[in-house]
Design a protein around this ligand. Sequence first.
Ligand SMILES: CCCCCCCCCCCCCC(=O)SCCNC(=O)CCNC(=O)[C@H](O)C(C)(C)COP(=O)(O)OP(=O)(O)OC[C@H]1O[C@@H](n2cnc3c(N)ncnc32)[C@H](O)[C@@H]1OP(=O)(O)O
Length: 194
Amino acid sequence: MTDEKPADVAARAVRRLTSAILSARAHGAVDPDLAAEISELADLLDAEAVDAVDCISGKVGTHDGALERSPVSGPKNPVAIPLRFELDDDGNASAPAEFPAQYQGPAGFVHGGVSGLILDVAMAVANSGSNRPGMTAEMTLRYLRPVPLHREVTVRGRHLRADGRKMWARGTIEVDGEEAVVCDGLFISKELSL
Ligand SMILES: CCCCCCCCCCCCCC(=O)SCCNC(=O)CCNC(=O)[C@H](O)C(C)(C)COP(=O)(O)OP(=O)(O)OC[C@H]1O[C@@H](n2cnc3c(N)ncnc32)[C@H](O)[C@@H]1OP(=O)(O)O
């Protein structure tokens, strides 16, 4: 018995579907009947879709906000892995991650832009964990070694310091305990309204 919500179950299934479509076995050769069935399911859900801005802003469903729909950590978002960040006592964020086929850049490795996306959120979570949330203003990425698909790596975010509205943070992806991608970010606190 699980208390997983239907939307989370559906998102997890779509993730598996995405990976399967890209997998060597499927190899772009999805059975036409199966493809039609998948399209029909998409039509069914599409017919129930609500306004996209309301969805992403978390206005739809009071207990079901934007973080739940994040492209990195949102269990409801099929695009997300999703990562589950933990915060330590100092507000540092970390999460284990294993990237499936849909995140591939160079053959067998994670796309560099995906690493940037993941690290942006890791730093944002650490800033929030240090009670200094803000908008990303700048990110500098250094790709030291490739990040393999299908292998557990560690994602970390650390709030470094703040000066007025400015915050500095660092995010890393570690492979076998060694830094593979390092990101330095500048964040600016700002009141947001849609
Ligand atoms: C606890 C755990 C749960 C929580 C989890 C949360 C997870 C969330 C995950 C999701 C989150 C994911 C994260 C995302 O995806 S955030 C989305 C991506 N980022 C954006 O869309 C930001 C768009 N840009 C803006 O909104 C504005 O330009 C910002 C807010 C950045 C500044 O515009 P604003 O008009 O407000 O600023 P200001 O002009 O008064 O300047 C103020 C100061 O800042 C300095 N400055 C400004 N820009 C830059 C720059 N580019 N480089 C260097 N410096 C810059 C400026 O010189 C000045 O410094 P000084 O002259 O005072 O010294």
